[in-house]
Design a protein around this ligand. Structure first.
Ligand code: GLU
Length: 494
């Protein structure tokens, strides 16, 4: 005990898929550990065996891996404080051993009351309109009576004996001084009748055994603090520092739920959120950097992170901001990085099409669609314009009609394209489009739109000069030649 190294733990219960709020807790622990060159421990609180499932455990690993929050110690990687699954710690008798010490010290006692008896007590308190506090009837049993019941195999729980009065306080690193009145604290169960520890007991035993120095978790755990503080004191460990994080709410200020969009972390991965973007976005949920700049790299976040700038007020989860931030990260990719990020999201057909192209064309396509893509999963809709078959384009274009002005634009464009070399690039097309703007004295939109329509069939799409450069002069000539009206458009006098 008593080491200086920061040791934090992320302690999810694998009773559901990893969700955004839980991941934010993991991230803040991670950032805190990295800031202080400390250790990030993953502990699985799977005491609720009925609800804990292997799939959920895997979901936690997948979500953490995706965000790059790989534990320094945990069930998979191991470590000197293991095992890191509470179910395995139950089997090793970790909790029962500690409970027995408390029994011997007279700080805890066996309780053989049945559920029905306890319900009666609760109902009586309710009728009187007073908060329920366990009557300590179990303490009336003599040692011999307790032993007899144990020998008969009667079911029991073990309760912790709480002080009858007084107050308990601690200084939360986020919320400041918090104190609790102990008079209303009931003697609580530390070991349940099935031999598993209660949440509060297991957490404290583990935090002590694992030398945890800082507990960073959701504000919903503040109410557990009196029980946990009492236990830390008697279990002999150094009481860790605590930082309780604000809750995450939807824009309507209601608790974050499916109504506000996906809450499962991997849904964001599958939708095409960039891991670095989610990392950055989550870091701002309840914490503020020391400047106005919101786009911060992992290294910058690790360097800046401090619990002092964690907010006391609730954080708002804004999907639109996440979308915007994702776009910011996508815009910063090199063409090669963008291709690598987008490739898994492409249809088989688009993957094959892209793989068949020379490097410079792939890069150009990536540059052309870079500003459009908000989610990586949208890639197909932006690639299709480059990959449509001639027949498909023809069907779309033949269904369109072009005004006289459009026809004039297209005729002039056709003329310029015919003069272009086969290796014309983006700069050549930019020059070509500018020539048209000057020559026809029309706004850019009036020039670009009919050209885009005539060569793709779509009115909107990627950057026009890049698009034309990817299609190339010979494809453009072929497509324009199919516009029968071009033969009859009167040529402008030049
Ligand atoms: N297992 C608890 C939860 O998932 C966390 C316990 C803790 O951080 O103390 O909410």
């Amino acid at each position: 005990m008593g080491q200086d190294k920061v040791r934090v733990r992320f302690a999810p219960s694998p009773t559901g898929n990893l969700h955004i709020g839980t991941l934010r807790t993991a991230l803040f622990n991670w950032l805190y550990a990295r800031h202080f060159q400390g250790v990030f421990v993953l502990r699985l609180e799977d005491t609720d065996l009925k609800r804990s499932q292997e799939d959920y455990e895997k979901n936690i690993y997948d979500g953490l891996n995706w965000l790059g929050l790989v534990p320094d110690e945990g069930p998979l990687v191991g470590g000197e404080f293991g095992p890191y699954r509470q179910s395995e710690r139950i089997q090793q008798g970790c909790y029962m051993a500690k409970a027995k010490v408390l029994l011997e010290q007279g700080l805890a006692y066996y309780c053989f009351d049945t559920e029905a008896e306890l319900d009666q007590e609760r109902d009586a308190a309710k009728e009187k309109g007073v908060p329920y506090v366990y009557s300590r009837r179990a303490l009336d049993l003599s040692n011999a009576e307790v032993q007899a019941k144990l020998d008969q195999g009667e079911a029991y729980t073990i309760r912790f004996k709480t002080p009858d009065s007084g107050a308990l306080s601690f200084r939360d690193l986020v919320r400041g001084e918090i104190s609790f009145d102990l008079a209303l604290l009931s003697d609580f169960v530390i070991m349940k009748s099935d031999g598993s520890p209660s949440y509060n007991f297991a957490v404290v035993v583990d935090d002590v055994d694992m030398d945890i120095t800082h507990v960073i978790r959701g504000e919903d755990h503040v109410s557990n603090m009196p029980k946990q503080l009492l236990l830390y004191k008697v279990l002999g460990g150094q009481v860790p520092e605590f930082g309780h994080l604000p809750m995450i709410l939807g824009p309507d200020r209601a608790k974050l739920s499916k109504r506000h969009g996906a809450t499962a972390v991997l849904a964001y991965r599958d939708e095409g959120i960039v891991s670095d973007a989610l990392f950055n976005f989550l870091s701002l949920l309840g914490w503020r950097p020391n400047s106005e700049e919101e786009i911060l790299s992992r290294a910058e976040l690790e360097a800046q992170f401090a619990l002092e700038r964690v907010s006391k007020s609730n954080a708002i989860f804004d999907q639109q901001k996440l979308k915007w931030m994702n776009g910011q990260y996508i815009r910063r990719f090199s063409p090669e990085q963008l291709y690598e990020a987008l490739f898994p999201f492409m249809s088989d057909q688009h993957q094959a099409n892209m793989q068949a192209r020379p490097d410079h064309q792939r890069r150009l396509i990536m540059t052309a669609i870079q500003d459009n893509v908000a989610y990586l999963s949208e890639v197909d809709q932006y690639l299709s314009v480059f990959c449509l078959s001639e027949e498909a384009v023809d069907v779309k274009v033949q269904a369109l009609s072009f005004s006289e002005q459009d026809q004039q634009v297209l005729l002039q464009f056709y003329g310029l394209v015919q003069e272009m070399s086969a290796s014309a690039d983006e700069a050549d097309f930019l020059a070509c489009l500018e020539t048209l703007v000057t020559r026809l004295e029309l706004g850019k939109g009036k020039i670009f739109k009919p050209i885009r329509l005539a060569v793709t069939g779509d009115g909107k799409g990627p950057n026009i000069a890049q698009l034309l450069a990817v299609l190339g002069p010979s494809c453009l000539k072929r497509r324009l030649a199919r516009l029968s009206f071009l033969d009859s458009v009167p040529h402008l006098a030049s």
